[in-house]
Design a protein around this ligand. Structure first.
Ligand code: NAP
Length: 261
């Protein structure tokens, strides 16, 4: 199937590792030029070099800390005037684990800035050019917690619900201009983030990391964690030309982990 992604420009946020890196790689493999953003400039530069050497695409980097409102505003301005992406992968680091109460106000604020307000500002800037071109894809990385809140991840569960509301509202507003807006929900995909969360649980419950991973895997119908490449393959399809009639959706990539219909 021709995904129609050759020559498109994709801005991938949170691209220095994990799911963002996997999606940037999969899009580059389909011939998309990529702009890679995150805080770790060194990792981004290494990835950009690998992607351009391997796939012959243009790959550039933007070092940006999305917890800083001024940085997000400046990136949004660059998106509007210079980057003008056809595809936006709206992604950033997950909040720290905690129950719902006792969270420091700064954690709520910084997590909401990173995962919600900065994402809204950058998405709005990106969508302007997409609408003008009559083609665009916004794909926000959420979490299974949007549908089935995850114990001890209160901040994530809360903020991602707001992102879902934003995406669904925006999807209806821009669908007539050839722009799709979707969310993709990871269950347990094997990345650094999941290892940190599993490590935290192992410590709290006085277990080994292997024990926690085995218990988690046993609770997933597929009996294993997903790989970043499996996740990225679904993300890439949602960004493709053949996915033009899929919008306002939340797509689960979770090995059956979410139990509701
Ligand atoms: N993996 C899963 O199974 C899973 C499940 C549910 C939800 N999620 C969510 O999906 C998203 C991606 O997950 P992941 O597993 O790929 O996480 P990850 O391995 O921690 O990667 C997060 C990415 O976001 C970047 N980032 C973190 N804080 C940032 C900030 N303040 N400004 C800009 N970039 C920032 C990181 O790069 P730098 O450190 O270089 O900035 C990194 O590239 C996260 O929000 C995570 O909570 C993942």
């Amino acid at each position: 199937m021709d995904l129609g992604l050759k020559g498109k420009t994709a801005l991938v946020l949170g691209a220095s590792q994990g799911l963002g890196e996997a999606i940037a790689t999969a899009l580059a493999a389909e011939g998309s030029n990529v702009v890679l953003a995150a805080r770790s400039e060194d990792k981004l530069t290494t990835l950009a070099t690998t992607l351009s050497n391997t796939y012959g695409v243009t790959a550039s980097t933007v070092a940006a800390d999305l917890s800083d409102p001024a940085v997000a505003a400046s990136l949004a301005e660059r998106v509007r005037k210079e980057i003008k992406p056809d595809i936006l992968i709206a992604n950033a680091g997950g909040p720290p684990a905690s129950p719902s109460t006792g969270v420091a106000p700064e954690v709520w604020q910084s997590s909401a800035q990173t995962l919600l307000f900065s994402i809204i500002q950058i998405t709005e800037a990106a969508v302007e050019g997409m609408r003008a071109n009559g083609w665009g894809r916004v794909l926000a990385i959420g979490s299974s917690g949007v549908i089935q809140p995850i114990p001890n991840l209160a901040v994530s569960n809360t903020i991602r619900g707001a992102v879902a509301g934003f995406c669904k509202t925006l999807a209806a507003e821009v669908a007539g201009d050839g722009v799709t807006v979707n969310m993709i929900l990871p269950g347990k995909i094997d990345t650094g983030r999941v290892e940190i969360l599993d490590g935290g649980r192992a410590k709290r419950e006085d277990k080994t990391l292997d024990q926690v991973r085995a218990e988690n895997a046993a609770a997933i119908p597929a009996k294993r964690y997903g790989t970043p490449a499996e996740f990225a393959a679904v993300a890439t399809f949602l960004c493709s030309d053949p996915a033009a009639y899929v919008t306002g959706q939340m797509t689960r990539v979770d090995g059956g982990m979410i139990r509701s219909i």
